[in-house]
Design a protein around this ligand. Structure first.
Ligand code: PHE
Length: 364
């Protein structure tokens, strides 16, 4: 026995007989049911429900029938087509749901997959601190100048009014660069930046000179042979110590917060006259705690050196000291970072342990 869809249609059979129509329906339903995807279903629709399908053709031939037969055949074919369309719709819904589900699975993003992005580096707290210090001076209109780490002995000492056999040359514990006759040292402070920038840029001049500095110190909690300073130099007509004091207070407040001001204590540097050490109001106790461990109960913490630029320094840099005067200061960046962040041991800042540096995150 052959299946209904395999049975060849015989020409003598009436194309509108219930058996023939039923066979068309059965063939359509089989092909619809066996459609495995929407493409195959589309082909089944074309074959069994489109304009040239057997049922559509049968429907068209109804018009030629006499009145009574027309009604019977119309009902028969109408129901048949309705059945096929319903099956098509149902299969369509099933196949669309399957497709949507497959897309959801195939296009899923695995958010747990290993990332290929490299960790972003962070800038060192000393870099950030030096930048903060120079930024505070840029904010009041100063320029930035930089000089070399290997510096001419003449700029590091002679131009700054150090005598040839001034004890300060030894006091500074200098690294001399060989051969000795080259006259080079690793700069012991950023002060050669004073003479350099005056020679290069002339007066009037307002510059900040950040840089790396070197002295033959043993590494311990408060000393390191390689450290950093930010120098400040202001040369203009009629500058006084009041301008120096005002600038230092402004710098201190912008770094440590409102109310952290400075005081000056008499001191000696060959390149400034008068000279002073700069102390800061203790940023922990603000002078209110005689047992404060940060300032030892004095209420003040030493921050750097300063003074009015010595006439001899101006002369060495080709500036007329009767026309221009000014002030200079030099602050340790390590000290400033320790004050700002409560770092107790200087060695932590230079050992390069990323766990230390990471704590500072990235500042912009
Ligand atoms: N250069 C001095 C030091 O390193 C600091 C200083 C700078 C003092 C400018 C006076 C003026 O100790």
């Amino acid at each position: 026995m052959s299946g209904p869809d395999n049975t060849p249609e015989t020409t003598d059979q009436n194309p509108l007989s219930p058996e023939v129509i039923e066979r068309h329906v059965a063939a359509a339903l089989t092909s619809i049911e066996s459609a495995g995807d929407l493409e195959q279903l589309k082909a089944a629709r074309l074959e069994h429900a489109a304009e040239r399908s057997p049922l559509a053709l049968a429907n068209r031939s109804i018009g030629e029938l006499p009145g009574k037969e027309k009604a019977v055949a119309g009902k028969l074919v109408g129901q048949a087509r309705g059945q096929v369309n319903k099956a098509l719709g149902a299969r369509q819904a099933v196949l669309e749901a399957e497709r949507d589900e497959r897309i959801l699975i195939e296009e899923t993003l695995d958010l747990t997959t290993a990332r290929t992005r490299r960790a972003v580096g962070r800038r060192h707290p000393l870099t950030l601190t030096a930048e903060r210090m120079t930024d505070a001076l840029i904010a009041i209109g100063w320029e930035v100048a930089e000089g070399p780490g290997v510096e001419a002995e003449w700029l590091n000492f002679d131009a700054l009014n150090f005598d040839k056999d001034h004890p300060a040359r030894q006091m500074q514990d200098t690294f001399f660069v060989e051969p000795a006759k080259a006259g080079l040292v690793l700069r012991t402070h950023t002060s050669p930046g004073q003479a350099r920038s005056l020679l290069e840029r002339g007066a009037p001049l307002y510059v900040a000179v950040p840089g790396k500095t070197y002295r033959t110190d043993e590494l311990d909690a408060t000393h390191t042979p390689v450290f950093h300073q930010v120098e400040g130099l202001a040369i203009d007509k009629g500058l006084t110590m009041a301008h120096l004091k005002g600038t230092l207070d402004r710098l201190a407040e912008s770094l440590f917060g409102a109310g952290v001001t400075s005081r000056l204590r008499p001191a000696f540097f060959p390149f400034t006259e008068p000279s002073a050490e700069v102390d800061l109001v203790c940023f922990v106790c603000r002078g209110d705690d005689t047992s404060c461990r940060t300032c030892g109960g004095t209420g003040w913490i030493e921050w750097g050196g300063c003074g009015m630029v010595n006439r001899n320094v101006l002369k060495a840099a080709g500036v007329d000291p009767d026309e221009y005067q000014g002030f200079a200061f030099g602050m340790g960046v390590e000290r400033t970072a320790m004050f700002r962040h409560g770092i107790a041991d200087m060695r932590e800042m230079i050992e390069g342990d990323v766990r230390f540096n990471e704590q500072f995150g990235m500042e912009i």
